[in-house]
Design a binder for this molecule. Sequence first.
Ligand code: HEC
Length: 142
Amino acid sequence: MIRKLSKALLFTSLLAGTSLMAEEAHYTKADRIKDMITMAEGMEQIQSGLLYRCKEGQCIIKGAEDIKSVLVHLKKVDPKDFLDAEQQYAHKFAQKRQLMLNMYLNEMLEELKRKDMDAVAHNYGLALRECTSCHMRLRPNK
Ligand code: HEC
């Protein structure tokens, strides 16, 4: 019974995913590059904050929030449109990267509240690894 229910749930969520993809089909390469640049700037802001170049970690908060606001796109958009045929299985991989990024950024914000800068720096490093891990896999010719 529970199995059946979870299968039904899975199926509904797959369906929901499909219509979302159709809705987001207008997410172009230009949109993607723009989001990527927003994320790169966000990471720079966080780094500035770690080097105490802004008051009370304000740029860490701004950087993390900016990145989180575009991560939402990564979650919804199927990267199939920019992947080669043999890489299309990477959708799950890409979604995992955005989930992890979101988690590290949230942890970072909590640690900032506690003024635990060592932990913020640690999570910054982990977040950066999520960016590079995706780039190494999905931008192999760079
Ligand atoms: C889900 C995979 C994925 C993740 C996660 C990801 N990127 Fe990207 N990124 C890409 C892809 C794919 C491209 C190439 C886009 C294209 O050419 O269409 C790219 C391109 C870029 C570019 C180059 C934009 C340009 O001008 O060509 C920058 C900068 C960038 N990403 C920054 C980041 C940063 C910073 C992070 C982490 C906070 C990040 N990315 C996380 C997949 C990812």
